[in-house]
Design a protein around this ligand. Structure first.
Ligand code: FMN
Length: 308
């Protein structure tokens, strides 16, 4: 995902959240997979790793390891609503414990010597705006360089309209750049939210799953949707990168949830698209996936133009 976002013009891409505890204790899978920095990521912008955890000393140690691996920036997750994470005092639970949150951010800075950013929610529960207060403290007391702000309360998960007015208030009053997240699924929605909030940058999330072309649209590099040919080529690229990263057997299973995101971009009728999507998800191998796409061609689907 990071390599793809870069190819399409993203200026800053951040890893998925990685447990500080797992980094500190040198969990084998964490080090091998989650902390792997691909040299191709270094082209075009800083390499950023996101850590989560609630223990300042563990964060200090993890941040030092991440810096030694060659990251340029550390992002801290203080917005994850998942109970398994919050139960440990990490993620969005830090919104309820400002002192600890500040200590964690300070430790990340001191441990790594790198710039530190924090990703926050607006609050935990309905009506709360603790994220705004915490953002100010993190900048003033811990020297955090920027705030990624997702203005939905943690309890809402990823549902409902983000509170862009609250984001605008944060932008006006924070002495650091605000990177806006939430609900940025189309170019129009993103431009409107960017203008309405005055944010320094936008962070795309679900909107670019199967649609990296959204980056190009926002950067003014394209206006037309991708052709079927481009979509299938991109899917091939994704398969190749996932195989490199995870090995073919795991990548085969891992990519099953990706196919519908790409296939829905094709100019297919809904019923055949659904059948194709289901069949591709059940395919045992990448060869099987490609065969199914070729089969769809034979039956006159738009891919005929692509693979012919
Ligand atoms: C499945 C899933 C996993 C996510 N993982 C992370 C994560 O590891 N770190 C993070 O900061 N945000 C994570 N997010 C939150 C997104 O970065 C983003 O803030 C959220 O999806 C809202 O933006 P959107 O409405 O444009 O998708 C995740 C969201 C989803 C749906």
């Amino acid at each position: 995902m990071r390599l793809q976002a870069r190819r399409y013009g993203a200026g800053l891409v951040v890893s998925e959240m990685v447990s500080s505890c797992a980094v500190h204790y040198r969990n084998e899978r964490t080090w091998r997979e989650l902390l792997r920095i691909d040299e191709r990521e270094r082209a075009g912008g800083p390499v950023a790793i996101q850590l989560f955890g609630s223990d300042p000393e563990m964060t200090r140690s993890a941040a030092a390891h991440v810096a030694a691996l060659g990251a340029d920036l550390i992002d801290l997750n203080m917005g994850c609503p998942v109970p398994k994470v919050c139960k440990t005092g990490a993620g969005a639970a830090l919104l309820d414990d400002g002192d600890r949150a500040v200590a964690v951010a300070r430790a990340a800075r001191e441990g790594s010597g790198l710039p530190v950013t924090v990703k926050l929610r607006s609050g935990r529960r309905a009506g709360e705006t603790s994220g705004v207060l915490l953002a100010r403290r993190l900048v003033a007391e811990a020297g955090v360089s920027a705030i990624g702000f997702h203005p939905r309360i943690a309890l809402a998960g990823h549902r409902g309209a983000p509170d862009y007015e609250l984001a605008a208030e944060l932008v006006r009053t924070l002495d650091a750049p605000v990177i806006l997240s939430g609900g940025l699924h189309t170019a129009q929605a993103t431009r409107e939210a960017f203008d309405a909030t005055g944010a320094s940058a936008v962070m795309l999330a679900r909107g670019v799953l199967g649609n990296p072309w959204l980056f190009e649209e926002l950067l003014g590099r394209r206006s037309a949707p991708p052709s079927d040919k481009e979509v299938l080529r991109e899917l091939d690229w994704v398969i190749a990168r996932a195989s490199e990263h995870l090995g073919t057997p795991r990548a085969t299973r891992y990519l099953r949830r990706f196919y519908p995101w790409y296939l829905e971009r094709l100019a297919l009728e809904r019923a055949p698209a659904r059948r194709l999507s289901a069949a591709v998800q059940q395919a045992e191998s990448f060869a099987g996936v490609r065969e199914l796409l070729a089969d769809a061609v034979e039956h006159g689907a738009p891919m005929a133009r692509v693979l012919a």
